[in-house]
Design a protein around this ligand. Structure first.
Ligand SMILES: [Zn+2]
Length: 339
């Protein structure tokens, strides 16, 4: 029961008392001030009662002095006093009710905003948790990738390295073999690469490896240089970053860090763009690389799967068996691995 209901209850008793008083006017009048004060106190009307009481007492005294004619005015006096009390009580209870309603609305709004705040805090914690979870998963993948790559377990040549599947930044191939004065590859692919290059040359093709193993540090330099180039051409930093990421893998997500990937270009056309695909060298490589355990890693129109644009120069060693299957099925490494 709230305060307003309390007041209404007392008001009812009050009115009942008034009826009683009016019925027995004169005889029971002496109890009026006490009772009225009692009920009025309950509803916070002691001032009104005090004034009303004065009227009663004055008139009661007159009545006691034997002036019976005063009886009528006494009743009116009581009536007026009580009416004042009722009106004041009604006004106050209305005010209390109003302020109670206002308080309730305020408290409700306050609670709602507190709940909203907690909800948003919870959401933000959940988001942070999800990010940490992804980061945790990624660092677990990166560690696992490095572990498999470094081992001689079956599957070392099928390690998937992309944006979602990074490689530990401190990974170094177990053994690097230099293919020229500047470049090297994982020793396990060197013989097949060598064979492919010399078989191509025997076909009268002129091509060379322009990029092979790249350490994490080297990848950072390449990525930064790519970003800088785009910034210089007038792109905003975020645009420059996004554009760079589509053609240069972010450090830690590059296949070049595995030592299993090479960029091969035709001597007659050294640009790294789509026209590279029309050179006889790339035509031959695309048709035969699988025989040596390589695949064209970022084929045309597969950017939404690989995250990298069409790169008709980037070849990745996956082993002869997988290379054959991937080529026959015309799929990407991601699809082959079900990722
Ligand atoms: Zn490449």
């Amino acid at each position: 029961m709230n305060r307003t209901e309390d007041i209404l209850t007392y008001m009812k008793k009050f009115l009942h008392k008034i009826r009683e008083i009016l019925r027995y006017t004169g005889k029971q009048i002496k109890i009026i001030p006490i009772r009225v004060r009692h009920y009025c106190r309950k509803v916070g009307l002691s001032k009104v009662v005090f004034n009303t009481k004065k009227v009663y007492e004055k008139q009661f005294d007159e009545q006691k002095s034997g002036n019976v004619q005063k009886k009528g005015s006494l009743v009116r006096g009581i009536g007026a006093g009580i009416l004042t009390g009722i009106l004041a009580a009604a006004a106050i209870s209305a005010a209390i009710f109003h302020s109670y309603a206002e308080d309730t609305a305020d408290r409700e709004a306050e609670l709602k905003s507190e709940i909203a705040e907690l909800e948003s805090e919870k959401k933000s914690l959940e988001d942070k948790n999800a990010i940490l979870q992804i980061e945790g998963d990624k660092s677990e993948i990166a560690r696992k990738n490095a572990e498999i790559l470094a081992s001689d377990e079956a599957g070392w040549s099928l390690v998937l390295v992309n944006e979602e599947h990074p490689l530990a930044t401190d990974y170094e191939p177990p053994q690097l073999v230099a293919i020229d004065s500047e470049r090297s590859v994982d020793s396990r692919i060197a013989a097949d690469l060598q064979q492919m290059m010399s078989d191509g040359a025997a076909q009268g093709l002129d091509m060379y490896v322009t990029s092979a193993y790249r350490s994490y540090e080297r990848q950072r330099e390449v990525f930064s240089a790519g970003m800088q180039e785009r910034l210089n051409s007038g792109l905003a930093p975020l645009e420059a970053y996004e554009d760079t990421s589509t053609s240069i893998a972010f450090p830690g997500t590059s296949e070049h860090a595995t030592g299993l990937a090479v960029d091969i270009i035709a001597n007659g056309y050294s640009e790294l763009d789509e026209k590279q695909a029309s050179t006889p060298e790339q035509q031959w490589l695309m048709a035969h690389c699988w025989e040596y355990g390589f695949i064209l890693r970022y084929p045309q129109d597969t950017g939404d799967i690989t995250g990298i644009i069409y790169e008709p120069w980037h070849y990745r060693y996956v082993g002869k068996e997988a290379a054959k299957e991937i080529t026959e099925q015309g799929i990407t490494l991601e699809e082959y691995l079900g990722e």
